[in-house]
Unconditional design. Structure first.
Lengths: 114, 793
C-alpha cells in the first residue's frame, strides 16, 4: 500500500515499485487515517508511508500500524533527510528511505530480510 | 485597544532637562527679584514673595533628586505640588500675580499630559482646574499698592515679558508633544513605504530565482528525457550532436539532473520560508543552523513557540549574521531569551561593528522592536512579545478615518464652546436683571457675536475647511476675552485662560507657519488682557459686578476653561496617537502579509515542483535500471515522464506569473492586469486607458491592489457575478476601478475585512486613497486612486 497526500508521488511510487515482479500495489491512501481504514480489507504486507502528512503524520500512523498489525512491514519515506525529522519507531519491521532514492529491489531485499 | 502598540518610551532625560532648566531660571529670577527689591523699595510683601519662591526652588530641587533616583511619578508630584503651593501663597500675598500663577498651573498640566502616568491624568486635570479656580478667587481680594511702588510702565512691561515667556513655553511644550507624535507617524509612514517596496523586491527576487533555478532545470530535464526517448527508440543512432551514448547512460544523466535540481529547489524553498522554522520553531531551526556550521554556538533558546513573525525576523537576523561570520570564519554565539531578546555575538576579536541589514531592521521596527549594538562584536535585538494582538480593531480604524476626515477635536471644542456660551448668556442675563449695569448689558452683545462666530466656524468645519474654522475660533476666543477684560476687570484671570485655549487646538495643524501665527496672536492677546487687568487694579474696588457674583462665577469659569483647554490639548494628542497606532497596525499587517506570502510560495513549491521532481527523479532511476531489460516498458515510462515534465513546467510557469508577472518589470500595468483577468474563474472584462509605461513600483502596487479587489469579488460577489476592471492613467494620477454586479455588502459592517485592509495598507503606502462603494444587492465598486507624481519623483 502506498500512503502519501501527493498524488504525483503515489503514481511515481506505483511505477517504481510496480516494476519489480515481487511487488503488487494493492491500495493507495491519501492520509494515515484512510490507510488504517483500508489495511484490513486489502491484505497488505508492506506499507510505503510518507512521514509528512496532516492531520495524522506518518510516524504516528506507523506506531498505530505496529500496535494493531505487528507483522506488517513499514517503509517510512520523506523528501527530507532523516535527521531533520522526529524520531521514528524503533523496530525491525520499520525502515526509512529518502523518497528520491526509493528502489524496488532494495525494498524487496529488506522485506525478505526482516 | 491597539492604540499603544509600538510604544517608544519617553526618554527620561527630557523631563530631567526641563526640570533643570526650570531650576536654573528660577534661581536667576530670585537674584533679579532681590536686586530689584533692594533698588526700588524693600517693603514687606516683596520679601515675603521672595521667600515663597525659595520654597518653590527647594521643591524643584527635590523633584530633580527624585528624578535622578528614577522615581518619575514622585518627581512630578513634588514639582507640581511646589508650584501649586507657591502660586497660592504668591497670589494670596500679591493678587497681581494671578496670571503668572495660572500659567504655571497650565504648564504643569501640559507637563503631566506628556510625562505623567496615563491612569491618573484625569485626576490631575480636575485638581489643576480646582487650583486655577482657587487662584482666581484669591486674586479677587483688594490688590496691593504694588502698582504704586514702581513706575506703572515698568510694571506693565515686566509683567508682559514674564507672561509672554511663560505662555510661549506652554505653547512650545504642547507643540513639541504634537510634533514628536506626528514625527513618529511620519517615520512609520516611511517605514511602511520601505516595507511595501522590500516586499515587492522580494517578489522580483523570488521570481528571478524560480526562473533561473527550477524552471530552467525542468527545461534541462525535458531535454534529457527527449534525448532518452530518442536513445530508446533508436538505440543505434547518434543522439543530437553528441557522441553516441547508451540509453542507460542517458537515463543515468537525466536522473542525476533531476537530483541536482531537487537539491537546488530545496535550498531555494529554505531561503523563501524555512519549513523547519515554521514547523518546529525558532529553537529547532537555529539548532539546525548550528548543526550545519561548527562555528555557531546556540546558547539559550526559549521553550515553546514565539509569535510567528517574531520568530521569522529573529531567524532572518541569525541567518544574516551567520553568513557574515562565515566571511570572517569566526565563531558565533546566539542567545535567545523567552522575552524575544536575541543576543548575537561574534566571539572573535575583530573590531568590525556588526549590523543587521536595513530590511531586517525595518521588520524588527515594524514589530515594535529595536536592534542595537551591544559593545563590540555583539548585537541585541529586542522585540516585545506582549504587544496588542493585531491593532486593527474597529475603534482604532474608525478613529483614524474620522480624524483625517473631520477633525473631531475642533468639532467637540466648538460644541463645548456653545454650551459654555449658553450658560454664560443665562448667567449674564440674570446678573443684568438684578443690577441693570451697562457693562453687563454689553456682555450680552459680546456673547451674541461669540454665538455667530461659533456658528460660522461649525459651518466651515462641515465644509472641511479646518483652517478657516480654526481661525474663526481663535478670533472668537481672543475677541471675547479682551472684551470681557475691558468690561469686567475682575474677569482678568478667566479672560487670560480663554485666550490660551486655541493654541491647544492648533497643534494638529501640519502647517507650522499657521501654528506660529496663531501662537503669536494668542500671546499678544494675553499680554493685552494682562495690561488691561493691571491698569485697572485694585480689582474688587472696581465694582463692575456685585462681589458675590465675581466671587462665585469667576473661579468657576477659570476652572472650567482650564479643564477645557487641557482636555482639548490631550484629545488632540490622542488623535495624533491614534493615527500613529493605525499606521503601526498597518505596518504590522504588512510584515505578516509578507511572511504569509513567503509561506504560500514555499508551500506551492513544496507541494508542486518538489513533488514533481521527487517523482521524476525516482522514476528516472527506476527507468535506468530497466533499460536493456524491458525496452517496451522503458519506452512507455519515458513517454509518460515527458508528459510529467511538461506538466511540472506549466505549473512552475503559472507559479512564477502569480508571484510577479513579467509585464510589471516594464511598468506595463495594463498588460499584467489583462493577463490576470484572463485567468480568473469569474467572467472578468478589462479596459485600460494608458497605464503601459508606469513607474515599476507604482505598477506593482496597483497590480496587487487589483488582485486583492478581484479576490474579494471572487469570494463575496457570488457565483453569477461578473467583474469589470478599469485602469485609467490620468496626467497626475492613476485610477484603478474594480466593479462587480454581485451581492454587494454593507460597507460599514465589513470594513474590517482583511482583504480590504490589505488593499488599503498597500495603497496608502504609496500615498493613495481607496473608496469602497457597495450596498446589499447592488454590487460593489472599489476605486483606488494614487497620485503618479509622488511616486515617480
Amino acid at each position: 500500500m502506498v500512503v502519501d497526500d501527493s498524488p504525483a508521488f503515489r503514481a511515481a511510487a506505483g511505477v517504481v515499485l510496480g516494476m519489480h515482479d515481487a511487488i503488487e500495489i494493492v491500495a493507495e491512501a491519501a492520509s494515515g487515517g484512510e490507510a488504517l481504514d483500508l489495511l484490513d480489507a486489502t491484505g497488505t504486507d508492506l506499507v510505503l508511508l510518507d512521514v509528512n502528512m496532516a492531520p495524522m503524520n506518518g510516524i504516528d500512523t506507523a506506531e498505530e500500524i505496529l500496535s494493531r498489525w505487528p507483522d506488517l512491514r513499514i517503509v517510512l519515506c520523506s523528501a527530507r533527510p532523516r535527521h531533520e525529522l522526529s524520531p521514528m519507531p524503533v523496530s525491525p519491521k520499520v525502515t526509512f528511505v529518502l523518497k528520491e532514492t526509493l528502489d524496488a529491489e532494495a525494498v524487496v531485499e529488506w522485506a525478505r530480510r526482516s | 485597544v491597539g492604540t499603544t502598540f509600538v510604544t517608544e518610551p519617553v526618554p527620561p532625560d527630557r523631563l530631567e532637562q526641563l526640570v533643570v532648566t526650570n531650576l536654573r531660571t528660577d534661581v536667576i529670577a530670585q537674584v533679579i527679584i532681590a536686586t530689584l527689591a533692594i533698588i526700588v523699595s524693600p517693603s514687606g510683601w516683596v520679601w515675603a514673595v521672595w521667600a515663597v519662591r525659595w520654597f518653590v526652588v527647594g521643591g524643584i530641587a527635590l523633584s530633580l533628586r527624585a528624578l535622578q533616583r528614577d522615581r518619575r511619578d514622585r518627581a512630578l508630584h513634588v514639582l507640581c505640588g511646589a508650584h501649586v503651593i507657591g502660586a497660592m501663597l504668591t497670589v494670596a500675598i500679591l493678587p497681581e500675580g494671578i496670571l503668572l500663577g495660572l500659567l504655571v498651573v497650565l504648564s504643569d498640566l501640559v507637563l503631566i499630559a506628556r510625562f505623567g502616568s496615563p491612569k491618573r491624568q484625569q485626576m490631575y486635570w480636575w485638581i489643576g482646574a480646582l487650583v486655577a479656580g482657587v487662584l482666581s478667587l484669591l486674586s479677587l481680594q483688594s490688590w496691593t499698592q504694588f502698582g504704586q511702588t514702581i513706575p506703572k510702565t515698568l510694571l506693565v512691561v515686566g509683567l508682559m515679558i514674564h507672561v509672554a515667556i511663560t505662555s510661549w513655553i506652554v505653547a512650545g511644550m504642547t507643540r513639541r508633544n504634537a510634533e514628536l507624535l506626528s514625527d513618529r507617524a511620519e517615520q512609520l509612514e516611511r517605514l511602511r513605504g520601505r516595507l511595501v517596496r522590500a516586499g515587492d523586491d522580494e517578489r522580483v527576487r523570488i521570481e528571478a530565482a524560480l526562473r533561473v533555478g527550477p524552471l530552467a532545470d525542468l527545461e534541462v530535464l525535458a531535454a534529457h528525457i527527449n534525448d532518452l526517448t530518442a536513445a530508446l527508440d533508436y538505440p543505434d543512432h547518434e543522439v543530437g550532436r553528441e557522441a553516441r551514448r547508451s540509453p542507460e547512460a542517458v537515463a543515468g544523466e537525466a536522473a542525476t539532473a533531476a537530483q541536482s535540481s531537487l537539491r537546488s529547489l530545496r535550498s531555494l524553498c529554505h531561503d523563501i520560508s524555512p519549513q523547519q522554522l515554521r514547523q518546529n520553531g525558532l529553537a529547532a531551526a537555529t539548532a539546525t543552523l548550528a548543526g550545519r556550521a561548527a562555528s555557531i554556538e546556540c546558547l539559550v533558546v526559549p521553550p515553546g513557540r514565539l509569535d510567528v513573525q517574531v520568530e521569522s525576523v529573529l531567524y532572518a537576523a541569525v541567518v544574516e549574521l551567520v553568513a557574515a561570520s562565515h566571511l570572517t570564519d569566526s565563531p558565533l554565539r546566539v542567545e535567545i531569551t523567552s522575552d524575544a531578546i536575541a543576543v548575537i555575538a561574534n566571539l572573535s576579536l575583530s573590531t568590525q561593528t556588526w549590523q543587521v541589514s536595513p530590511s531586517v531592521g525595518d521588520r524588527v521596527t515594524a514589530l515594535g522592536g529595536s536592534t542595537k549594538p551591544n559593545g563590540l562584536n555583539s548585537i541585541v535585538i529586542e522585540i516585545p512579545i506582549g504587544h496588542a494582538p493585531e491593532g486593527d480593531s474597529d475603534e482604532t480604524r474608525q478613529r483614524f478615518t474620522s480624524a483625517v476626515d473631520e477633525h473631531p477635536v475642533l468639532k467637540q471644542f466648538i460644541d463645548a464652546s456653545f454650551v459654555f456660551a449658553t450658560v454664560g448668556m443665562i448667567a449674564v442675563c440674570g446678573v443684568w436683571f438684578a443690577t441693570r449695569k451697562h457693562n453687563v448689558a454689553a456682555l450680552v452683545a459680546v456673547l451674541l457675536v461669540v454665538f455667530t462666530l461659533l456658528g460660522f466656524a461649525r459651518l466651515q468645519l462641515r465644509k472641511h475647511h479646518v483652517g478657516a474654522a480654526l481661525a474663526l475660533v481663535c478670533v472668537e476666543t481672543s475677541g471675547a476675552s479682551v472684551a470681557m477684560a475691558l468690561l469686567i476687570p475682575e474677569s482678568i484671570s478667566a479672560s487670560a485662560m480663554t485666550a490660551v485655549v486655541p493654541m491647544a487646538l492648533a497643534v494638529t495643524l501640519t502647517d507650522r507657519t499657521i501654528l506660529f501665527i496663531i501662537a503669536a496672536l494668542q500671546t499678544a492677546f494675553i499680554l493685552l488682557i494682562a495690561a488691561l487687568g493691571v491698569l485697572r487694579s485694585p480689582l474688587l474696588a472696581a465694582h463692575s459686578v456685585p462681589t458675590a457674583v465675581a466671587v462665585v462665577a469667576i473661579p468657576l469659569a477659570v476652572a472650567g476653561i482650564t479643564l477645557l483647554g487641557v482636555t482639548t490639548s490631550a484629545r488632540t494628542l490622542n488623535v495624533l496617537n491614534d493615527q500613529r497606532a493605525a499606521i503601526a497596525a498597518s505596518v504590522r499587517r504588512l510584515v505578516r502579509a509578507r511572511d504569509d506570502e513567503g509561506v504560500r510560495i514555499e508551500r506551492d513549491l513544496h507541494d508542486g515542483a518538489q513533488q514533481h521532481l521527487v517523482s521524476l527523479s525516482m522514476q528516472l532511476r527506476a527507468l535506468a535500471s530497466i533499460v536493456g531489460r524491458d525496452m517496451p516498458k522503458a519506452r512507455r515510462l519515458a513517454a509518460d515522464l515527458r508528459q510529467q515534465v511538461a506538466d511540472a513546467s506549466a505549473a512552475m510557469s503559472s507559479l512564477i506569473t502569480g508571484t510577479y508577472p513579467t509585464q510589471l518589470a516594464g511598468g506595463n500595468l495594463a498588460g499584467a492586469v489583462r493577463a490576470m483577468a484572463d485567468r480568473q474563474t469569474l467572467p472578468v472584462t478589462f479596459s485600460a486607458d494608458g497605464a503601459e509605461h508606469l513607474d515599476v513600483h507604482l505598477a506593482t502596487n496597483a497590480y496587487f491592489a487589483c488582485i486583492e479587489a478581484l479576490q474579494n469579488a471572487t469570494k463575496h460577489a457570488g457565483p453569477s457575478a461578473s467583474v469589470h476592471v478599469h485602469v485609467r492613467e490620468l496626467p497626475d494620477r492613476l485610477v484603478v476601478e474594480v466593479r462587480d454586479d454581485g451581492r454587494g455588502f454593507d460597507v460599514a459592517a465589513v470594513e474590517r475585512a482583511r482583504g480590504l485592509h490589505h488593499l488599503r495598507d498597500r495603497w496608502e503606502a504609496v500615498g493613495g486613497t481607496v473608496v469602497v462603494r457597495s450596498q446589499p444587492g447592488s454590487g460593489t465598486t472599489v476605486t483606488a486612486t494614487v497620485p503618479t507624481r509622488a511616486t515617480t519623483t
